[in-house]
Design a protein around this ligand. Structure first.
Ligand SMILES: O=C(O)CCC(=O)C(=O)O
Ligand SMILES: [Fe+2]
Length: 219
C-alpha cells in the first residue's frame, strides 16, 4: 500500500528549506548507501550538526503526531531520517533500500518533499512495482509512504535543487496485508465515531481491532 499524506504545512517547509540553505553542511550521499545502491547514488546529505538534527527532530515529532501515519505504518521505530539534496545532474538510479539498518528490519520507506515542485525539473521519486511504475513529485510538506520491498529511483534533476527528507521505518506489524487490514479498520472506526457515535456495533468493532493487534503486534 502506498500512502500520500500532508505531514507539514508548506509554510513550515519553507522555513526548513531556508535553514538548510543557510546553515546546513552537505556531504556525499554515498556514505550511507549499501554496496549495491552506492553505485546508483548521486546526491548529497546534510551532515549531522545542530541545524540538521533540529530539522530531523521536528519531522520525527510530526510523524509521531500524525494519526494517519500511525495507522498506516504502525511504527515501532523511525530507524533513520536523512535530509537529502539533489542538485543539477544528480539522481539515484534503481535500487532496493537496505533490509536491515542499525540492526533493525526495515519495512517502510518515506520521502517528505521539501522544495517547491516548480523550483526544479526532474527529481521524481519513481516506485517500480511489478505492476507498473508510479511517479511522485509532491508539494512541500507532503509525504509518501511506501513498502521498502520495492525497487525505486529518483530521476535526474535537470534544473534547480530538490530538497527532501527520507526515512526508514520498522513496523510493529510485519505483514503488509495485516497492516492494511488494521489501517482500514482504524479508518472505518474513526469515520463511524465521527458520523454515528451512538451506533450499535462500535464497541464490538473496537474489540476486534484491539484483539487483532494483540494477535499480530511484535513488541
Ligand atoms: O529522495 C527520495 O525520494 C528517495 C531517495 C532514496 O531512494 C533513498 O535515499 O534511498
Ligand atoms: Fe531508496
Amino acid at each position: 500500500m502506498y500512502l500520500v499524506l500532508e505531514l507539514l504545512p508548506p509554510a513550515d517547509c519553507k522555513i526548513l528549506v531556508e535553514a538548510l540553505g543557510e546553515s546546513a553542511r552537505f556531504e556525499d550521499g554515498r556514505r550511507t548507501a549499501g554496496w549495491r545502491a552506492r553505485a546508483a547514488k548521486r546526491n548529497e546529505q546534510a551532515a549531522d550538526d545542530v541545524t540538521s538534527r533540529g530539522i530531523v527532530r521536528k519531522i520525527e515529532q510530526a510523524l509521531a503526531g500524525n494519526a494517519v501515519f500511525r495507522a498506516a505504518a504502525q511504527p515501532k521505530a523511525v530507524i533513520r531520517l536523512l535530509l537529502s539534496r539533489y542538485r543539477e545532474g544528480m539522481a539515484y538510479g534503481t535500487h532496493l533500500d537496505d533490509a536491515v539498518i542499525d540492526g533493525q528490519r526495515v519495512d517502510l520507506s518515506v520521502t517528505l518533499f521539501l522544495s517547491e515542485p516548480e523550483s526544479y525539473d526532474g527529481g521524481e521519486l519513481v516506485i517500480e512495482g511489478n505492476d507498473g511504475e508510479r511517479a511522485f513529485k509532491l508539494e512541500p510538506g507532503r509525504l509518501v509512504l511506501y513498502p521498502t520491498t520495492e525497487l525505486h529511483r529518483v530521476e535526474p534533476v535537470t534544473r534547480g535543487e530538490r530538497l527532501a527528507a527520507v526515512g526508514w521505518i520498522r513496523s510493529r506489524i510485519r505483514d503488509p496485508l495485516r497492516r492494511e487490514l488494521l489501517f482500514d479498520l482504524e479508518t472505518a472506526l474513526a469515520e463511524l465515531r465521527r458520523e454515528r457515535p451512538e451506533g450499535a456495533g462500535l464497541d464490538r468493532l473496537a474489540k476486534v481491532q484491539g484483539n487483532l493487534l494483540r494477535l499480530w503486534v511484535e513488541d
